[in-house]
Design a protein around this ligand. Sequence first.
Ligand code: FMN
Length: 164
Amino acid sequence: MAKLKTPRWGWALTGSGHFFKECLRMAGDLDDVDLFVSKAAGEVVRMYRQEFKLPANARIFRDTTILAPATSNTVAKCVFGISDTLVTNVFAQAGKCRVPAIVFACDTAPELETEAPKGMVKVYPRHIDLENTVRLNAFEKTEVVESLEGLELALARRKRELHG
Ligand SMILES: Cc1cc2nc3c(=O)[nH]c(=O)nc-3n(C[C@H](O)[C@H](O)[C@H](O)COP(=O)(O)O)c2cc1C
């Protein structure tokens, strides 16, 4: 593959309703971004009635990978080294190429308020979900963030590292 001159962001969206719209907006604000969308994310996008188009020139990521929002399903697969979907493969290949990754995990606390298509609901992530989030944070070159503010800060930090 040809080397890209401008470092590009690779943003992977999973089928998590939790902060889905906010993450979509944040990704849309970045220059030079390639989006990777899981099958479930494609369905969630329709349920939340979001306008969304994968850029025609979407390319393989280089430099920084962002996985946001990340379902408990995707986090679990990443933790166990499974790469059988577009998004988990982006994460695995980023790791193998020593490309830094930012993961915005949904399941970060035992009790959460989340926006379902028809309004707010309470969810109670299980022990296994919380444990996997902690495990992922221990991965090399992987930063797990737990809030939109954390995601914004992590992005700003990476932008500074890339562009000074
Ligand atoms: C409307 C809707 C909202 C969902 N929100 C979440 C969520 O906030 N967190 C989560 O872990 N899974 C959520 N799910 C379930 C995931 O979409 C499901 O586990 C899916 O298999 C994940 O696939 P992926 O990880 O490849 O995107 C939601 C599903 C639907 C239909």
